[in-house]
Write a protein that binds this ligand. Sequence first.
Ligand SMILES: [Zn+2]
Length: 215
Amino acid sequence: MAKWAELTQSPRIVKEFVIPKCSSKAFLLNKGQVLRVTASEGKQVADIRFLNAHDYREQFTATNSVSLNTIESIGGRKKIKKLYSKPPWQNVMLTVIDDPVGVHLPGSQCLPKSYELMGQAGHLSCTDLFDECLKPYHLSMRDLDSAGVFNVFMAVTYRDDENGTMVFQRPSCEQGNYIDFLAEMDVLVAATSCPNDSIINDYQCKGMKYQILEQ
Ligand SMILES: [Zn+2]
């Protein structure tokens, strides 16, 4: 895929910020703008949700997007090109236009229950962080699709056992790697720098850089 930056000569940076380690932020992305997410501090995953800015009920669905991209032969469990909203809407909310790494996990975020089951009850989770950053928009996890997360740079493999057990791997990125999303509608973005200090973030939580770009 040709790089978007090459196609558009020099995109203008409208906004640029870092979401520091173990924190989150919600912000608006307008139709036609590009969101670039960069592993600016090294191996780290970002959990990102997308909601229609004008109707928060319409949200990105990871599970349905994996099947729809599979049917279209443009994606699967590791990467997707079109980010669909859940039914009944089923609209393409964003398109991935540049993805040099190409290994992610469309799925969900870490849960308080996950840490509890691992003997770390009370550990900060992306669930807590989504609740926190969406407060100004009067939204909480109760309003969100449980399978509505694009885990940027999250890498997993599956064992060839009877359960198809998922095995977490180090993040797929190296420092400086990025992914570009083109907004096909006005979206509210909620993003976390995942606070999981296991192999998922290479045993050290880091921040990530976000840029909003325009032609
Ligand atoms: Zn997390």
